[in-house]
Design a binder for this molecule. Structure first.
Ligand SMILES: Cc1cc2nc3c(=O)[nH]c(=O)nc-3n(C[C@H](O)[C@H](O)[C@H](O)COP(=O)(O)O)c2cc1C
Length: 331
């Protein structure tokens, strides 16, 4: 028996899960409307990075990750999720609708991924020396493929060096650009801040240890002595470098990349593996194009990441669901 209350409870829980998706600088660039059995996911372009992400690619990758959480939550809570991506060309901010359908019993893997949603955290330092087990790497590749994206583990050392060098170059160029820097700083939280968005000071080390090869982090502290204890982030291995790509570069591809990203991150988290992201080079169109042509067989890079085991649990925050959810009565 389907009651209105039951559907409303599932929809609310799905939005509660959605907000725990990763998003660029923790901008949380989304909003949701629940009306009857339908959850609408919209991009909140007031939260788009106008300098770092003018096309909105990273915003849509972030929203795609939130969409994956909605799908996992509705199935785990007993309802089929019928998804339409970009259902209305006249409403470009409407990224997807999810209709809560027939009752279903979620399989074990769906439940496992759902259970990781609030546990998963971005890492911003080195990893331990323990390698990511090969069967797990293969499984992560499979998780991305199931969402129409490709995760390519970068095995060749020269290719890893190229990626590290491009990240370093992009980070250096961005840090010398005042307007770019101001935008990053806007999304960095000073210690003790109660803001429920942006990157908290405890989410990265005060004095980062270099990994070899080194993938620089974003400069969220910007000259301040912010950041968690160095001991807490003491591991110094680069980990496994991997790139998530899509065959095209349309808005659909970006949303697909976000769903693939979240699916593989949750699977990794269930096996104790975390991810660090380095998307600086993808924000410079010529560097992104270079990577596409020289390293990625013509596929479009959507995320650059390192994967590995950590000693610490990172810190993060989210806005309350009430700030992002509008519930409409059906007439
Ligand atoms: C499209 C995208 C790009 C990102 N780029 C970076 C990055 O370059 N550096 C970084 O440290 N984190 C990056 N992140 C991670 C976000 O900062 C992180 O998801 C956000 O702060 C929320 O924290 P959480 O993932 O721990 O919940 C990115 C996330 C997304 C979805």
């Amino acid at each position: 028996m389907r009651t209105t209350e039951e559907i409303t409870a599932v929809a609310r829980a799905a939005v509660q899960a959605a907000v725990w998706a990763p998003s660029v600088h923790n901008t949380q660039p989304w909003s949701f409307v629940v009306e009857g059995e339908e959850i609408a996911l919209r991009a909140d372009s007031d939260r788009k990075l106008r300098i770092g992400d003018p096309s909105g690619r990273e915003m849509l990758v972030s929203c795609g990750a939130a969409l994956m959480n909605v799908r996992l939550a509705s199935r785990t809570l007993g309802r089929e999720a019928r998804v339409r991506v970009l259902p209305d060309p006249d409403r470009p901010a409407l990224l997807a609708t999810v209709r809560l359908g027939e009752p279903v019993e979620a399989d074990e893997h769906t439940r496992l991924l759902y259970d990781q949603i609030e546990r998963r955290r971005t890492h911003r330092a080195g990893f331990t020396d323990v390698p990511v087990p090969e069967p797990l790497v293969e499984e992560l590749v499979h998780q991305a493929k199931a969402e129409n994206a490709r995760l390519t583990p970068i095995r060749s050392e020269p290719a890893v060096l190229v990626l590290a060098a491009l990240t370093e170059a992009a980070q250096e160029v961005q840090s010398q650009d005042r307007v770019f820097t101001l935008e990053v700083v806007r999304w960095a939280q000073p210690p003790g801040s109660t803001r429920a968005e942006g990157v908290p000071a405890g989410g990265y080390p005060r004095e980062p240890r270099r990994t070899r090869p080194h993938f620089p982090q974003r400069d969220y502290a910007h000259g301040h002595q912010w950041g968690g204890d160095a001991d807490q982030f003491a591991a110094a291995s680069t980990g496994l470098v991997a790139v998530l790509t899509t065959p095209g570069d349309s808005r659909e591809d970006w949303i697909a990349a976000g769903q693939a990203l979240q699916r593989l991150l949750l699977h990794a988290c269930a096996h104790g593996v975390r991810a660090a992201f380095h998307t600086q080079a993808l924000e410079a169109s010529h560097l992104r194009e270079f990577l596409r042509q020289e390293l990625l067989s013509g596929e479009y890079p959507q995320m650059i990441m390192r994967l590995g085991f950590t000693l610490d649990e990172g810190e993060s925050v989210r806005r309350p669901v009430a700030d992002v959810l509008e519930e409409r009565r059906t007439t």
